[in-house]
Ligand binder design. Structure first.
Ligand code: ZN
Length: 434
């Protein structure tokens, strides 16, 4: 009964949340994001219209552990023109056509020379691949197989009107203050140009998540950070070393909007509360899902779970990167992600945040036999809210999450039951689990 009504209520919420995330993803999808530059600023400024986001600018040359913030990269224009002066490959039409971080170049090239700079996708002929050349002194274009094959003129005019000058790396952060300073960190990357699932979807979902978390009083303090992959976490960690010991839980969010089932990659610790909460919520939701062990690959858990930090951060995706044909190509567009997929990711994340936020340990104040629930008006809902489980296992050694796992019931039901038992004096809180 409890479950049915929750499912019905959730279904409406799923559609509404997914639509909000989709609208934000669509708004920021066209911008030419990269490791640095105006596209990232445009994206973060767009988010500021939805959430109270602080934008941080970190100067080129700033070091973060073994890394250094590079020169800022911006694009004014980029194209290849044929002998008739037609732009046969044009950055203005699709920003994936230019290899990210291409150095400036202007000139006329013979066909054979030009083709060395025109990359195609090895297996998806009709799509423009996504490439970048961070930390290399080179330029290039990306094209479909057909576009490359049609480059038959003797020579072409090439324009890569970019700038690489001292500037900034830009990231954004929303802090949703809780009653304690224990932190849950949510990280999503912002460095991909017009690609929808990787990564406009993560940006949309993280923004709506920040808005939802701020809508009610919370135990944990949430930090939702939007920054470039790899270097971004290192810059953030080095600027927030005082916060790091307070990070109790974390999620790296990516590929959040396709219609594949949810994938969770455990933290390096493997059995941290976030790993257990995620496994519990996915199981109780009753939809297909996959859980994988940590590996030093994939998204920014590579940095957060490096041995010096070893933070309790897992990675939430739907279909994992590299396991869908559209990955890192122009086919990863706004038709590949849906409000339904985004909404499902949103609901899962909110469920996990609520679980971690509300987990606590009680003791049963009446442990000799079962307390008489009928005379306290609790009998009616006792079974559906798992009160027998909560009373029995509230011995000071089992938290509500332990009990929900043991009872194989949704954490939310156990928590509602526990609150009613507490109100009637049958439970006393001893610790918060954060
Ligand atoms: Zn990517």
């Amino acid at each position: 009964m409890y479950k049915q009504s929750t499912m019905h209520k959730n279904q409406e919420a799923v559609d509404e949340l997914g639509r909000r995330a989709y609208d934000i993803a669509q708004e920021i999808y066209p911008f030419c994001r990269s490791l640095t530059g105006e596209g990232v600023r445009q994206t973060l400024k767009a988010l500021q219209r939805h959430i109270p986001l602080a934008i941080h600018e970190v100067p080129s040359g700033t070091t973060a552990y073994d890394w250094t913030v590079p020169l800022e990269w911006n694009v004014r224009d980029a194209y290849i023109k044929d002998a008739q002066g037609r732009r046969v490959i044009d950055f203005q039409r699709c920003n994936l056509h230019l290899v990210g971080y291409s150095v400036p170049f202007k000139g006329t090239l013979k066909r054979e020379e030009l083709l060395k700079h025109v990359h195609v996708h090895p297996t998806v002929p009709d799509a423009v691949p996504y490439r970048h050349s961070y930390y290399q002194d080179s330029w290039g274009f990306c094209a479909t197989h057909r576009q490359r094959e049609e480059l038959l003129d003797e020579q072409y005019e090439v324009c890569v009107d970019t700038s690489l000058v001292p500037g900034h790396l830009t990231y954004g952060e929303v802090i949703v203050p809780g009653r304690t300073d224990a932190v849950m960190l949510v990280w999503t990357h912002t460095c991909h140009p017009s690609l929808a699932n990787d990564n406009a979807s993560g940006i949309g979902v993280a923004a709506v998540l920040a808005a939802c978390l701020g809508a009610k009083s919370r135990h944990l303090t949430y930090r939702i950070v939007f920054g470039p992959a790899t270097l971004g976490p290192l810059v953030w960690l080095s600027a927030n070393e005082a916060v790091v010991p307070r990070i109790q839980h974390g999620i790296v969010l990516a590929c959040a909007g396709d219609l594949g089932s949810m994938t969770y990659v455990r933290s390096r610790r493997g059995n941290a509360p976030v790993d257990r909460a995620m496994a519990h919520c996915l199981k109780q939701a009753g939809r297909p899902y996959v859980i994988r062990d940590f590996a030093p690959e994939g998204y920014d858990q590579r940095q957060f779970c490096s041995p010096g930090f070893d933070l309790a951060m897992g990675c939430v995706m739907r279909t994992p990167y590299g396991e869908y044909a559209q990955y890192h190509t122009s086919a990863d567009d706004m038709t590949f992600i849906t409000p339904a997929g985004l909404g499902d990711t949103m609901v899962t994340l909110l469920d996990v945040c609520d679980t971690l936020d509300n987990d606590r340990t009680y003791v049963n104040t009446n442990p000799y036999g079962e307390p008489h629930l009928g005379k306290r008006g609790l009998y009616q809902d006792a079974a559906s809210l798992g009160m027998g489980w909560t009373l029995n296992y509230s011995d000071g050694r089992h938290s509500l999450l332990d009990i929900a796992e043991r009872a194989n019931m949704p954490f939310a039901a156990i928590a509602v039951g526990a609150e009613r038992l507490r109100m009637s004096g049958l439970l006393r809180e001893i610790t918060r689990n954060n």
